[in-house]
Ligand binder design. Structure first.
Ligand SMILES: [Zn+2]
Length: 267
């Protein structure tokens, strides 16, 4: 599932391609993929800005907003010419621009959504501060009051948003923290180290254009490269990059969770 680095990579590439373009038409080929939640006409509006909060893309139009969540397999693909679009059975939404370019929303599993809203908070008010916008004081305040295990805390999106299963596992490994450690037990230097490692794994992945495990592609259809640098994610049974112990994978906080039983102690 795309997390912050993948969605940020999509945002950055879309900014270079569709800012200022006028939407001629938006068409849902799978009705649930496009949720029109406001009655302002989309056709004729321009794309003014492209932002992001956590895993949500926020397209600011002249009057309203399009909020995109890729979920499991969503892809936003850009094409220079509408007659060269790479149409297949998994295209759910088509956005045509007045200069003959277009974007296609492709989504094999159909969990992804494009919402048309008057205000982003109509859809994402519950999403916490973006991990890259949070400072340590903000992070540590929530951490110090939470009784959740740290894996669930990072996955919740309520306090900081954008960290999902991959980057939670990677940040906990670098921090020497077992996923079951209770959040409010992580204090002082350990808390600051965790915060720095979260930023490190996210920013490093952005530099590598995100991680492609299965479906993720950027708007040009390119795969990310960050999956080649994982320490624990997807490495069950392989030797720890630090101590050589076999990486374990367990079901934890509802997700397949990877960790080194020697480097990450539950205390
Ligand atoms: Zn180890």
């Amino acid at each position: 599932m795309p997390e912050l680095p993948e969605v940020e990579t999509v945002a950055r590439e879309l900014r270079t391609r569709i800012i200022g373009k006028e939407i001629n038409q938006i068409e849902a080929l799978w009705s649930r993929s496009f949720q029109n939640m406001c009655d302002v006409e989309i056709a004729g509006q321009k794309i003014l800005e492209i932002g992001r909060r956590g895993k949500y893309l926020i397209l600011k139009l002249t009057k309203t907003f399009l909020i995109i969540h890729l979920r499991m397999t969503g892809q936003v693909l850009y094409f220079e010419q509408q007659n060269q679009c790479d149409f297949d059975d998994y295209i759910r939404v088509v956005v045509l621009f007045s200069d003959d370019t277009c974007i296609l929303f492709k989504d094999v599993r159909k969990f992804g959504r494009i919402y048309h809203v008057a205000d982003p908070d109509d859809q994402i008010a519950h999403v916490g501060k973006d991990a890259l916008d949070a400072d340590y004081e903000y992070f540590s305040e929530y951490l110090s009051t939470s009784k959740m295990n740290i894996k669930a805390f990072l996955l919740s999106q309520k306090y900081i948003s954008g960290v999902g299963n991959i980057y939670a596992d990677e940040a906990l490994f670098l921090s020497g923290l077992h996923p079951a450690v209770i959040s409010n037990k992580i204090r002082g230097k350990k808390a600051r180290f965790l915060f720095e490692n979260i930023l490190y794994v996210l920013n490093n992945s952005i530099l590598n254009m995100g991680s492609t495990i299965s479906d993720y592609r950027d708007p040009s259809g390119e795969k990310g490269k960050n999956q080649f640098y994982f320490n624990v994610y997807g490495r069950a049974g392989l030797p720890c990059t630090s101590c050589g112990t076999a990486i374990e994978k367990i079901r934890f906080a509802g997700r397949g969770t990877h960790f080194c039983p020697k480097c990450q102690k539950n205390k």
